[in-house]
Design a protein around this ligand. Structure first.
Ligand code: ADP
Length: 164
């Protein structure tokens, strides 16, 4: 029987506890979960794609071995096909996410109707977490330890010191 492969794409700038929860849940649904780290220059990320790849790899090292981390810089559907995936996983936080995700899933369905987008909810306590807000809180010196792992918090602190 062929393996069931899922792709979880994102910018992960930085990886949060919300992302990690979605990864943990998603990895139970598939034989192999490929985390696709996008270069996404339009978002002007705090961390380079190489830094984000390293961060995600380090943080998933303690998870089951069916999780892989791959960089991508292409159309999501092309990336999914290149990974032999039949499923795209996305996390949904609130109604705010819904409209964008709904539209993207709909357009992706038009591009390739054989790959399904599956939405997962993070644990209720982790749902409000957003990378953008984590960066904003950290820039103003706030505590981010409830939102990211200690090593990601250290990455952010180092980055902010460098920029200061
Ligand atoms: P993108 O630029 O593709 O939105 P992100 O890194 O911001 O990349 O998010 C990747 C995915 O993880 C998205 O589907 C997003 O909705 C989801 N996600 C992010 N934070 C959370 C969270 N706290 N709970 C559930 N899903 C989340």
């Amino acid at each position: 029987m062929s393996q069931r492969i899922g792709v979880y794409p994102g910018t992960f700038d930085p990886l949060t506890l919300g992302h990690l929860d979605i990864i943990r849940r998603g990895s139970r649904l598939v034989d192999k979960l490929v985390i696709g780290v996008t270069t996404n220059p339009s978002k002007q990320p705090m961390f380079t794609v190489a830094e984000r790849m390293e961060m995600v790899r380090r943080e998933v090292a303690s998870l089951p071995a069916n999780v892989e981390v791959v960089e991508f810089d292409s159309l999501l559907m092309d990336f999914a096909v290149s990974q032999d995936a039949t499923m795209i996983l996305r996390g949904l936080r609130a109604v705010g996410d819904f409209e964008y995700e709904f539209q993207m899933a709909g357009m992706n369905q038009q591009l390739n109707n054989r790959i399904e987008t599956v939405f997962l909810m993070a644990d209720v306590s982790l749902q409000p977490i957003a990378s953008r807000l984590v960066k904003e809180i950290a820039r103003y010196g706030g505590a981010i330890d409830k939102f990211v792992t200690p090593s990601v918090a250290a990455d952010i602190a180092r980055h902010l010191q460098r920029g200061a």
